[in-house]
Ligand binder design. Structure first.
Ligand SMILES: NC(=O)c1ccc[n+]([C@@H]2O[C@H](COP(=O)([O-])OP(=O)(O)OC[C@H]3O[C@@H](n4cnc5c(N)ncnc54)[C@H](OP(=O)(O)O)[C@@H]3O)[C@@H](O)[C@H]2O)c1
Length: 341
C-alpha cells in the first residue's frame, strides 16, 4: 500500500466509476478517497468501490493528506477551477478530457501546475494503450509508405435530455468537446509521425456542424485539416448520430483500419488493427495484447510520477494545449461559444 499511488476521485459520476475500477486493476495505485458535492453520494460510491474514505465536498477531498493524486471527473466547465485548487493543495492531477473549455483556460491550468510543481495530464486514456503506441510504430516503420490522409470518427447517439451535460451549454455540451477532441488528438499525433515530431498542429482547418435547435450544442460536426507536412485529416464527431467510431490511416503504400481506436480493451485482452497493403490480397492483422484500458492510464501516470518526470510522456501538456487550440478553431468555424467563455 505504501508504495502504491494514493488516488482521490473528485466527482462521483459515470466515468469516475470506470476509473475507480481501472485503478483497482492497476499495478500501481489505490483509490483511498472520493469527494462528491453530496455526502451520501460519496458514501455510496465509496461503498461500491471499496474506497476507505468518502468526503462530502471537493474541498475536503483536497484537504485529505493521504491523497497524493487527484482524478478530476466533473463536467468540462468545472475542470479549470478544480485543477487550480488541486494544484494549490499540492496534489498531482489527472483531469478528464477536454482539460478545459478552451486553450486559454488550458494554458492557465498548465502554468499553475508547473508553478506548483505538480504533475498534470489530460486523461486521454487511449494514449496510454499499447494499440496506439503500436499504430505509431507501424506508421513510423513505413509499412504503409508515406502518410497522406487520416480519417477519424467518434460519434454516438444519446437520447436528447436538456439537463444532461452532453446537451447543456452551461455544462459544456456538444460533440466537439466531448468526442471530437479524440479525433483531433489522433490526427495531430499521426501527422507528427510524418514529420518525426511528437505531434503536429494543423496549418488549415475548416469545420461545420449541426447545432441542436433547442440547446445550441453541436450534435454532429465535421472538420477537414491540413498539416504543414501535407498530411490531410477528415474528422467527424457527434452525440446524436451513431457512426462507426474508427480511424483509417492512408499512406502511399497501403492503409490501416483501427476499428476500436479510442476505447480499446476496456477490460484488457487482444485488439486488432488491419493493414491493407498495396498488392496484398487480404489484410494483415496487427495484434496487440494489453491490460485494462483505464488501469494502464493510471499506471502510466504513476510511472511518470515515480520517475520524477514533469510530464507524462504518453500525453504531455504541450500536446494538450495544441489540441485545445485546434478545438478552439473547430468551434470558431461553427460559431459555438459557451456561456462561461
Ligand atoms: N475518458 C473517458 O473515457 C471519458 C468518458 C466519459 C466522460 N469523460 C469526461 O469525464 C467528465 C465527466 O463525464 P461523466 O460522463 O462522468 O459525467 P457525469 O456522469 O455527469 O458525472 C459528472 C460528475 O461531476 C460532478 N459535478 C460537479 N459539478 C457539476 C455540475 N455543475 N453539474 C453536474 N455534475 C457536476 C458530479 O459529481 P458529484 O455529484 O459527485 O459532485 C457528477 O456526478 C467529462 O469532462 C467528460 O468529457 C471521459
Amino acid at each position: 500500500m505504501e508504495n502504491r499511488l494514493q488516488w482521490g476521485i473528485l466527482g462521483a459520476g459515470t466515468i469516475a466509476g470506470t476509473f475507480a475500477k481501472g485503478v483497482a486493476r492497476s499495478q500501481s495505485g489505490t483509490v483511498v478517497a472520493v469527494g462528491s458535492r453530496d455526502a451520501s453520494k460519496a458514501a455510496e460510491f465509496a461503498a461500491r468501490h471499496s474506497i476507505a474514505r468518502a468526503h462530502g465536498s471537493y474541498e475536503a477531498l483536497l484537504a485529505d493528506p493521504e491523497v497524493r493524486a487527484v482524478y478530476i471527473a466533473t463536467p468540462h466547465p468545472q475542470h479549470l477551477e478544480w485543477i487550480l485548487k488541486a494544484a494549490a493543495a499540492g496534489k498531482h492531477i489527472l483531469c478528464e478530457k477536454p482539460l478545459a473549455m478552451n486553450a486559454a483556460q488550458a494554458a492557465q491550468a498548465i502554468d499553475a501546475c508547473r508553478a506548483a510543481g505538480v504533475l498534470l495530464m489530460e486523461a486521454f486514456m487511449y494514449r496510454c494503450h499499447p494499440q496506439t503506441k503500436k499504430l505509431l510504430q507501424v506508421v513510423r516503420s513505413g509499412l504503409i509508405g508515406d502518410l497522406q490522409l487520416v480519417q477519424a470518427t467518434f460519434s454516438f447517439n444519446a437520447p436528447f435530455d436538456p439537463d444532461h451535460r452532453l446537451f447543456n451549454l452551461e455544462l459544456g455540451g456538444g460533440g466537439i468537446l466531448d468526442v471530437g477532441c479524440y479525433t483531433t488528438s489522433i490526427a495531430r499525433l499521426l501527422a507528427g509521425v510524418a514529420s518525426g515530431l511528437p505531434y503536429e498542429d494543423p496549418e488549415y482547418l475548416e469545420g461545420t456542424a449541426v447545432l441542436h435547435p433547442e440547446s445550441g450544442v453541436d450534435t454532429l460536426a465535421a472538420a477537414t485539416l491540413r498539416f504543414g507536412n501535407g498530411v490531410l485529416a477528415q474528422l467527424s464527431c457527434g452525440v446524436s448520430l451513431h457512426q462507426e467510431s474508427m480511424v483509417r490511416v492512408y499512406g502511399s503504400g497501403g492503409w490501416i483500419l483501427v476499428t476500436d481506436p479510442f476505447l480499446p480493451n476496456v477490460d484488457g485482452g487482444v485488439s486488432r488493427m488491419q493493414a491493407y497493403l498495396a498488392g496484398g490480397k487480404c489484410p494483415e492483422m496487427i495484434r496487440v495484447e494489453s491490460g485494462p484500458l483505464y488501469a494502464m492510464e493510471a499506471d502510466a501516470f504513476a510511472a511518470a510520477l515515480a520517475k520524477g518526470l514533469r510530464e507524462v510522456p504518453e500525453n504531455p501538456t504541450g500536446d494538450t494545449l495544441g489540441n485545445m487550440r485546434t478545438l478552439d478553431r473547430w468551434r470558431a468555424a461553427i460559431g459555438l461559444r459557451y456561456p462561461c467563455e
